[in-house]
Design a protein around this ligand. Structure first.
Ligand SMILES: [Zn+2]
Length: 112
């Protein structure tokens, strides 16, 4: 049950991240904060300031949304390990003895 719920959570997370829904929600949060700051400035009688630019340089959440999840170097290492495992499996298959026994002790000589 726990493994299934973790898989469902991961599926929902990656779908939300891949479709841009998380970034859309975060941008909506920034817009709501900017509107609240502008409304507070208008209520205080202070002239409105230009809206701040939100990007990876000034927002940690933006940076985390845009950072790659898998570093490319690890993918290359895993691919090479897979190729090595495939080559070793071929060598191991070639070392299996394939000759027929001349005599089977529990039955006697095979009847040809
Ligand atoms: Zn942000």
């Amino acid at each position: 049950m726990v493994q299934r719920s973790l898989a469902i959570f991961a599926l929902i997370w990656f779908a939300a991240l891949g479709t841009g829904a998380l970034e859309y929600a975060h941008n909506a949060e920034h817009a709501r904060e900017d509107a609240a700051m502008e409304a507070a400035a208008q209520a205080a009688g202070v002239p409105a300031t230009p809206e701040p630019l939100h990007d990876d340089s000034n927002c940690a959440v933006h940076l985390q949304l845009h950072i790659p999840l898998i570093v490319v170097g690890y993918v290359l290492i895993l691919a090479r390990l897979g190729l090595l495992a495939a080559a070793l499996a071929l060598v191991a298959a070639a070392l299996i003895p394939r000759e027929l026994p001349v005599r089977i002790d529990c039955r006697g000589p095979p009847a040809c």
